[in-house]
Design a binder for this molecule. Structure first.
Ligand code: GLN
Length: 212
């Protein structure tokens, strides 16, 4: 069965795996090139982009990911993951550089300027989606072929082209499964029906139970 992998070198790995599990999507951590075998999609999680970029090199995963991407692997970068996927990084070095966007790192200020918000993303879900921003980047510009999914103030918070999804916030740290469901569909994978209504808006840290 096709699976979604979560890059597991550094950063928020388990939360992504658990959201995929809640949706009934087969998922596993990716620590070496062989783990990319049989994946329909790969999530590059939040963490620290310079650290992740170096670890990708050390583990020889950068070239392996680009190779699989050229063969059809779909990618989703959250926060630091979005920085690694951006072709242009203001005052910084690009990492994998696989989507034509320009990002500015740490664009909201210090770690203390992290925040939660709720926004409508009509392409992704009918109901408003909760979002957690942690020392997030801003997507400042989109190249041709890249669509904005969510524009806020002076930046795009989510964008995509046909093969890559980027979000500057962390859906995996909220109770919402909407972006994980959206990415699974982008990868051509079916997801289970989950009743999110009972728990979604009430409490940011309360998640749906994991299936047994
Ligand atoms: N500030 C981090 C960076 O520049 C990203 C933070 C995150 O992934 N939550 O890499």
């Amino acid at each position: 069965m096709a699976r979604i992998g979560v890059l597991a070198l550094q950063g928020g790995v388990v939360e992504h795996l658990e959201h995929l599990q809640r949706l009934g999507v087969a998922a596993g951590p990716v620590k070496k090139a062989a783990d990319l075998e049989g994946l329909a999609g790969l999530i590059i999680p939040g963490g620290e982009s310079t650290c992740l970029r170096r670890l990708l090199r050390i583990y020889e995963l950068d070239e392996a990911i680009v190779e699989r991407f050229r063969a059809g692997l779909k990618l989703w970068g959250t926060c630091a993951g979005a920085i690694l996927l951006a072709k242009r990084v203001v005052d910084g070095d690009p990492g994998l550089a696989l989507i034509d966007i320009e990002v500015a790192r740490n664009a909201f200020g210090s770690q203390l300027a992290s925040f939660n918000t709720v926004a409508d993303v009509p392409a992704v879900a009918a109901a408003p989606i909760p979002m957690t921003f942690i020392r997030a980047p801003k997507i400042k510009a989109l190249g041709p072929g890249v669509r904005s999914l969510l524009r806020l103030d002076d930046y795009h918070a989510a964008a995509e082209d046909d093969a890559v999804l980027v979000t500057v916030f962390h859906p995996e740290l909220t109770p919402s499964l909407a972006f994980h469901r959206y990415f699974a569909a982008k990868c051509g994978l079916a997801t289970a029906e989950v009743d999110e209504a009972a728990w979604r808006p009430a409490d940011w840290t309360r998640h749906a139970p994991l299936p047994r």
